[in-house]
Design a protein around this ligand. Structure first.
Ligand code: ZN
Length: 574
């Protein structure tokens, strides 16, 4: 019987995809790196609050590899930011309607670098967002455009590479454009989950999430005991899966997932293209509560009512299935990677009408309120108020709110909702400022999580009220930051500076609110310094502005609450 299950494990989407790939004209791109391509991240991979918008290409754990234009085109945007993609280049390719994006760069080529530096000095800002005219910075296919780096929110040296459809700005899977990656390895299915969709649905006699480990590999994946799952009622499913490629240890995202029950497609999705404005739906796609508690992501089959993600295929039953006949059902998960390596998990479900057909559900208490996702909710009391906008929740949820009096913070700790419930839009929270002997501009709100340091949130202060927007439920309290940032000189230069010093390097740090801004001056003129928050490093790359003889240097670093520190030095350049 079990072998017959595997036999029926058919797979629909893959043939469909081959067809759609052939129907599009996709140019073969020049590789963006000279070294062999290995992926440490795939397109659509599940990340914190977003789907990965490109591929991450390994750079042998070092910076400085040559980054090459993948096709003829022109530089249409240059973005430099202390977070996100760090130093990023956008190249528009008019002949194909595509834009390629290169992120976390260490530096640009000479021509682009000089263009950027002139703009930075004109704007007096390290962070810039530039849109050069089409004829200004033209590039050829295979031309050196930059060196790879680790700038912005990068967890180690690599190249983030993206392909966008220029008119729609949708991001597309770069692997569909002829990049050569060696991958003969099938995806791995780690675990599956089964969820009751209401209180008369059961898995192994219980009305709660059931998780099973998965044994085997490739087409031979199976539930460990090979026993059928006893079920009843309307259920949805979840899968924990990843992909690996040859000669590299990274656990990457898979390309497609499909779940069949008998001959019905319960779930299908494929990582082909999506828009940036739908990336937050990831928190509705995954079992968000389980992820918050266990840091493991299950891709759920159930589509929440307010989830508009476009990565789903046609799914007649929005991802759940009714097991209401006393018989055997056959389930089959099929997972593929972009190279067409397929893994399957066939399993048997036996529907058995339970003796008690409704589970005891938790009794609603006075402290909880049922919030309709389509309507939102507002609450006001003496010391605080908040509002959840309409369509901020993916489905109706029962929420709690309470406050705790204590002395560590300058206000009560106010707790709203449940951190295990995702939000698609920010909630607005207002806290009345208590009587304090502190200037209001030093106040901020922090979000509090067990055992973790308080996280500062951006606030607005008006008429004795401190307000903020946040997209995470949790606990909040008022704190104050009256301490200025610290400035530490890292390459000690004294009264004289020799030619061997090519960088003036500082470490800057602020304890609570964080670095807000900095300004450096050399001989009373604004000086470009690069800032990397993850290493707390601020540096000036010595150039012609540092002249022989006497120089004065001044650095002012201000935190987000307006506390400032100043560093001054006068020295002789030999
Ligand atoms: Zn990336």
């Amino acid at each position: 019987m079990k072998h017959i299950v595997a036999f029926f494990c058919v797979f629909y989407i893959f043939s469909g995809l081959v067809f759609s790939q052939q129907s599009l004209i996709k140019p073969d791109l020049h590789p963006p790196l000279e070294i062999p391509l290995y992926l440490s991240g795939t397109f659509g991979e599940l990340r914190s609050d977003h789907f990965h918008a490109g591929v991450d290409l390994r750079t042998q754990t070092v910076e400085g590899h040559k980054v090459l234009a993948v096709d003829d085109g022109y530089v249409s945007r240059i973005a430099i930011s202390t977070g996100g993609y760090g130093k990023a280049l956008y190249i528009t390719h008019p002949s194909t309607g595509l834009t390629s994006v290169y992120g976390h760069l260490q530096r640009f080529n000479k021509e682009i670098g000089e263009y950027v530096k002139a703009k930075q000095y004109a704007l007096q800002s390290f962070q810039v967002n530039l849109f050069p005219e089409a004829a200004r910075l033209v590039v050829k296919k295979g031309e050196l455009i930059a060196l790879s780096g680790n700038t912005g929110s990068s967890g180690g040296p690599h190249l983030h590479f993206e392909i966008r459809d220029t008119p729609s700005q949708q991001i597309m899977n770069p692997l569909s454009f002829g990049l050569k990656i060696k991958d003969y390895i099938r995806p791995k299915i780690v675990e599956i989950a089964v969820y009751p969709e209401n209180d008369s649905a059961f898995i192994l006699g219980e009305n709660k999430r059931y998780i099973s480990s998965v044994a085997g590999w490739g087409e031979q994946h199976r539930l460990p005991a090979n026993e059928p799952l006893t079920v009843w009622g309307e259920l949805s499913f979840g899968i924990n899966t990843y992909d690996t490629h040859n000669d590299t240890p990274n656990k990457n995202g898979v390309y497609s997932i499909e779940l069949m029950i008998d001959s019905t497609i319960v779930f299908s999705m494929a990582m082909d293209r999506f828009s940036f404005d739908e990336t937050l739906y990831i928190n509705s796609l995954i079992d968000y509560g389980y992820y918050i508690q266990n840091n493991t992501r299950f891709i759920r089959t159930k589509i929440d009512p307010l989830n508009k993600l476009s990565l789903y295929g046609d799914m007649p039953h929005t991802g759940s299935y009714s097991f209401m006949e006393e018989r055997e059902y056959t389930g089959c998960y099929t997972v593929t990677d972009h190279h067409g390596n397929i893994s399957k998990l066939p399993f048997t479900l036996v529907a058995q009408k339970p003796l008690i057909d409704t589970a005891d559900t938790e009794v609603a208490t006075d402290s909880t309120v049922l919030v309709q996702a389509s309507e939102g909710y507002s609450y006001k009391e003496q010391s605080f108020s908040y509002s959840i906008p309409a369509r901020a929740l993916y489905k109706d949820e029962r929420l709690t709110q309470y406050k705790i009096r204590q002395n560590t913070y300058l206000s009560d700790v106010i707790c709203i909702g449940d951190e295990k419930i995702p939000l698609h839009k920010a909630i607005q929270l207002h806290i009345n400022i208590p009587e304090l002997s502190l200037p209001e501009e030093k106040l901020l709100v922090v979000s509090l999580k067990n055992d973790k340091p308080p996280v500062p949130l951006g606030v607005k202060i008006e008429n004795g009220t401190i307000s903020l927007k946040t997209r995470k439920f949790g606990c909040f309290a008022i704190m104050a930051d009256t301490l200025p940032p610290q400035i530490r000189q890292k390459n000690a230069f004294q009264d004289t500076l020799t030619d061997s010093v090519t960088l003036l390097r500082f470490e800057i740090e602020d304890e609570l609110s964080g670095i807000g801004s900095y300004r450096a001056e050399l001989n009373d003129n604004w000086l470009l310094m690069e800032y990397d928050p993850k290493t707390k490093t601020l540096f000036y790359e010595v150039d012609e502005r540092l002249t022989k003889g006497k120089n004065t240097f001044k650095l002012i670093v201000t935190d987000k609450q307006g506390n400032a520190s100043v560093f001054r030095k006068t020295f002789i350049k030999l």
